[in-house]
Design a protein around this ligand. Structure first.
Ligand code: SF4
Ligand code: SF4
Length: 333
């Protein structure tokens, strides 16, 4: 007998009025009304298989929904005898002290990037994001990046101030000089757009205005991320601040560059970042997952949406909804 199942790379996230199917392989999100949820049932096992049942007779909405899902490869038919396993979305812990690092710079930044790299290296960070709030020459940028040539970091993202003029050729030159650069973001653009060059360079044009560290934490479709690692992290930790370290433009060590809490400065006196990031106060936000946040806990986007803990609807409530979100999951749409 044939059965229809949800693709193993897909997950259903239920919200208050609507739900979403996240395609964790293609990084796509499909929203649908909760009135269609009855189509799905599970086998109730650990590696859950979600079945898409036959539509109720004469229910055109259900029939159309199943056809749409088939067209997007969100579900397909299997034989009863097929042994099928869903993808693993259980968290696994890595030995890294921090997984990602933000390094902010402006024209007045005087802290040493060499010292910065020496201190960050023992944390085993995988990803570094440089954010430049003032324009700089490509030569200066390349010299900045040269300190990270031997680092443990595997990927580098660069965010340029809107005042910086950057051509595609410049981006290619940067990539040529430093293979680790995988993403370049240009702000204050007419439209949001993503261009992929080759297999491992993305140039992102954003309508937002990155003039300082406070222009962060925006919530929109454009910033949603439906990928396995992010989905897993969102279910278990704060998906922005977990295993993050930031060096602000003055060289202050922080969990988030826009937050007031600071943990010393990148200078000769600072000997070890591991002991700093392992303190309870540094990790204050790390265990706050989206399921604990007011309103977000009922939102179908909660495992794809960055959880800003710096800009809050209610500053006195550490678990209140991100300030820069206007979405209302309690509204039928
Ligand atoms: S907590 Fe908010 S402001 Fe801080 S890095 Fe995350 S999104 Fe940006
Ligand atoms: S911030 Fe919360 S309510 Fe807004 S889209 Fe994200 S998860 Fe939903």
């Amino acid at each position: 007998m044939k059965k229809m199942i949800l693709s193993p790379c897909c997950r259903i996230v239920k919200g208050y009025c609507n739900s979403c199917i996240y395609d964790l392989q293609k990084n796509n999100i499909y929203k649908f009304s909760n009135t269609l949820l009855s189509i799905f049932s599970s086998n109730g096992e650990k590696d859950e298989i979600i079945f898409a049942n036959s539509p109720t007779a004469d229910d055109n909405n259900q029939s159309k929904f199943i056809e749409d899902m088939k067209a997007e490869d969100l579900c397909f038919e299997i034989d009863d005898s097929n042994d099928f396993q869903s993808i693993n979305t259980k968290i696994s812990y890595t030995p890294q002290f921090c997984a990602n690092c933000i390094i902010d710079r402006d024209a007045k930044s005087s802290y040493s990037l060499k010292r910065c790299e020496e201190l960050i290296a023992p944390l085993l960070c995988e990803a570094i994001c440089f954010r430049y709030f003032d324009p700089l020459s490509l030569d200066t940028l390349l010299s900045n990046l040269s300190f990270f040539k031997e680092s443990t970091c595997r990927s580098i993202e660069i965010n340029f101030t809107p005042k910086q003029v950057v051509s595609i050729d410049d981006c290619l030159k940067l990539k040529e000089q430093n293979e680790r650069i995988f993403k370049i973001i240009l702000f204050s653009q007419a439209n949001n757009q993503i261009i992929t060059i080759g297999t491992d360079l993305t140039i992102q044009y954003s309508k937002e205005n990155l003039i300082d560290e406070f222009q962060c934490g925006f919530v929109s479709d454009f910033y949603m991320n439906a990928q396995t690692q992010f989905y897993i992290e969102s279910k278990n930790h704060n998906n922005c601040l977990y295993k993050k370290i930031a060096i602000d433009r003055k060289g202050k060590i922080k969990n988030c560059p826009a937050m007031n809490e600071e943990f010393g400065t990148i200078d000769k006196e600072c000997e070890d970042l591991r002991s700093i990031v392992q303190t309870h106060s540094f990790q204050k936000y790390w265990s706050i997952s989206k399921d604990q946040i007011e309103v977000c806990c009922d939102c179908e986007y909660r495992y794809a949406c960055h959880d800003c803990r710096c800009f809050l609807k209610d500053k006195s409530n550490i678990k209140s909804k991100p300030l820069k979100c206007n979405y209302n999951p309690y509204e039928e749409s």
